[in-house]
Design a protein around this ligand. Sequence first.
Ligand code: AMP
Length: 406
Amino acid sequence: MNILVINSGSSSLKYQLVDMSDESVISKGTCERIGFEDSFISYKTFKGIKKTIKISMENHIEAFKAVKDILLNRECGVISSVEDVTAIGHRVVLGGPKFNKSVLINEDVIKSIEEFIPLAPLHNTANIQGILACKDIFGKSKPQVAVFDTAFHSTMLPKAYIFPIPYEYYEKYNIRKYGFHGTSHRYVSSRCAELMNKDISKIKMITCHLGNGSSIAAIDGGKVIDTSMGLTPLDGLIMGTRSGSIDPSVVTFIMDKENLSPREMDKILNKKSGFLGVSKISSDDRDISNAAAHGNVQAMLAHDILRYQMTKLIGGYIAALNGCDSIVFTAGIGANEPSHRYKVCKSLSYLGLKIDEELNNQMIRGKEGKISTKDSKIDVFVIPTNEELLIARDTKNLIEQKKCSS
Ligand code: AMP
């Protein structure tokens, strides 16, 4: 059984074809700059073929057509007919309060995803474009599944997800904390339980997804009790270009002073803040590390902010969990940058947390394992995330359940 996993953005489209007999990726790629004149597709197959080709893709339907052509291509293709794709699993960013798990997509599900477009305009619109384009290119009868970024966080209680503003905004507009990166937090938390050789229901855990977007989740017995992202992925930690949590008055003050519209202010907070805003250099952690190593004060400040915020969040979540058995680091920065892990864990040493420096330095570029010492009171792991695999697994499970029930 082959499952096509799709992550559809407003101008990009990432895909992976997963052979579920051994969960191996047989082809993967990215369509970029969809809708622009210079659109291109990069792909890689298990046969060792790796290419980037310029190809006109005016919209998502054309992008999916390009993906299909590559999957079926005589030279670089990995399947011989569209029938070899059993089902398609989509990453959907905001499921709202309606979806606490992955679902088979039907007209009602599409309508519900549409309902949440006002809260996630770019993401949910792109996700729907992807779903509809798949219907066109792979056929209406091809089963499609939605795997929501927000679903894993649906176990939060109102005390964690209600913002202390007039309650009518929650009632009128569904304004509340939803949390994001749920598929990643779910993957690494269940993998962490496997590595600890313990039942997840007995573990108090904190998972740190640190990438261009970053979020931390507090997970008690496999259920999220709190997470750092909120109504949108703008909340929480300092990120590549996103501010994370700031005093709300800063927003109204700057808008007033600079005469900015909500859209312009939104752009500043989402695209011009975070590492980029503070360092004035780059949104990329590797560039910040480079500059910091050369004594750039702004770059050092950006890193100090990240580490300080992480320490405060993890400390707060340990209190909220009333204990902690393990901490996990994942995503581009979490799974590759030992210095953040070391410094954050050092500042939690009063809890008996001890890091093995050598192991920590080794755990980069896709390596998975424990980085705490044997006598550490809290186990610390680096676990590269694999959201695509979880989407493929959910898709397989749902279509098998459907077969059983029909
Ligand atoms: P992500 O959003 O998970 O793809 O993560 C992107 C971030 O991870 C960027 O800030 C990169 O600088 C950082 N990153 C990715 N790969 C590495 C690496 N090998 N070493 C250090 N940082 C990395």
